[in-house]
Design a protein around this ligand. Structure first.
Ligand code: PMP
Length: 370
């Protein structure tokens, strides 16, 4: 039987597996940091209207530069992130994964390197590999904050072409201070002019503010965002970035023409019309996240402070300890995530009922082991 590795694929892909959390059919799924609330019915109606309108001209290619959508995204950012941005500062693609891919195609690539501070979002490393960019795994403190001294040292040593900073970080939930981003940006630019990407996929859930204002006067700093989490639209596949207009011009060197379909653009525009309703769900999820943190601590678990819509909890001793607990929680009908961080698991904040089911499961486990 011919397998992948028998094909003449690129050497660096040999023996690798595709990224993806298990999509298991379980009553309570709290494993992929999705928003548990379906889009409200008036928004579903509005999407149907806007998509019908788009369908009438599907014989034509879509707006290649997605000007209306980028204008509305800029308006959203200006309103929520306390920093004025315009259409020229914003670029959009199919999920922030594609935004990251376009950035790596433009600023990374063969002979170049990217660095991230792990554990963090593993796709930064995987998309680096996919674009032929060398990956450097930088350090973190034991409490999962970024060790600024060690990070700036690693940047000075490797002079990477792209530096990833995820805030709030996935899978730990850790927010990054503006001073840390500035220190890493300075270190990166001192090593050589290079791109610094702040991945703010979860920023709407944070106790603190977006780092977006830092792009002012820093043309090599990019903030990436997504509608997958706060907007409850993971199925839409819409990510975007904010940066100096030159960065927006640069990524157009690699984007496929008409990469954002007319249907995607119409749907995202409809969702943006309902921003206030969707952000009200975010407030509920933040409360549920804080409740999970409190209740897990009360049960005796260690919990990493979280600014995201998920919570990292542990510690589970011994090799495979976390995975054994993951299975025991799954046996009770609740799917959480084992991100491979030794001793820790991650649970996404769901609806109050889903979170209760999760808390019942871990309470049950505690009882069994006491
Ligand atoms: N960045 C981070 C930190 C993430 O956790 C995710 C999704 N899990 C993404 C980016 C990608 O999200 P999307 O492609 O759905 O926008």
């Amino acid at each position: 039987m011919t397998g992948i590795d028998d094909l003449p694929i690129r050497d660096e892909l040999k023996g690798k597996s595709p990224y993806g959390a298990p999509q298991l059919d379980v009553p309570v799924r709290l494993n992929t940091n999705e928003n548990p609330y379906p889009l409200p019915e008036p928004l579903v109606q509005r999407i149907a209207e806007r998509v019908a309108e788009a369908a009438r001209s599907l014989n034509r290619y879509p707006d290649r530069d997605a000007v209306e959508l980028r204008t509305e995204l800029a308006r959203y950012l200006t309103r929520t992130a306390k920093h004025q941005v315009g259409v020229e500062n914003v670029w959009a693609a199919n999920g922030s994964n594609e935004v990251i891919q376009q950035l790596l195609q433009t600023f990374g690539g063969p002979g170049r390197t990217a660095i991230g501070f792990e554990p963090s979002y593993s796709m930064h490393g995987l998309i680096s590999r996919g674009t032929g960019t060398g990956w450097i795994s930088g350090p973190r403190n034991d409490d999962f904050t970024i060790d600024v001294e060690a990070a700036t040292k690693a940047i000075a040593e490797h002079a990477p072409d792209v530096t990833f900073i995820t805030s709030p970080n996935n899978p730990t939930g850790t927010a990054v201070e503006a001073e840390t981003v500035l220190a890493l940006y300075e270190a990166a630019q001192a090593a050589k002019p290079s791109l610094v990407v702040v991945d703010e996929a979860y920023i709407e859930f944070s106790h603190g503010d977006s780092l977006l204002p830092l792009i002012a006067g820093r043309p090599n700093l990019v903030v990436s965002r997504t509608m997958s989490k706060a907007f409850g639209a993971a199925g839409l596949r819409l990510g975007y970035l904010a940066a100096h207009p030159a960065v927006v011009d640069a990524v157009q060197l690699v984007r496929l023409p008409y990469h954002l379909s007319a249907v995607t653009q119409a749907t995202a525009l409809a969702a943006l019309e309902h921003t206030d309703t969707l952000l009200a769900y975010v407030e509920q999820l933040k409360q549920e996240r804080d409740r999970l943190v409190g209740e897990l601590r009360a049960l005796g678990y260690e919990v990493t402070p979280s600014d995201a819509n998920f919570v990292q909890f542990g510690r589970f001793e011994g090799e495979g300890g976390a995975h054994a607990v993951w299975q025991q929680i799954l046996d009770r009908g609740v799917l959480v995530r084992d991100n491979g961080v030794p001793g820790w698991l991650r649970v996404t904040a769901g609806t109050p009922e889903e979170n209760d089911a999760f808390l019942d499961a871990v309470r049950d486990l505690k009882k069994e082991h006491s």
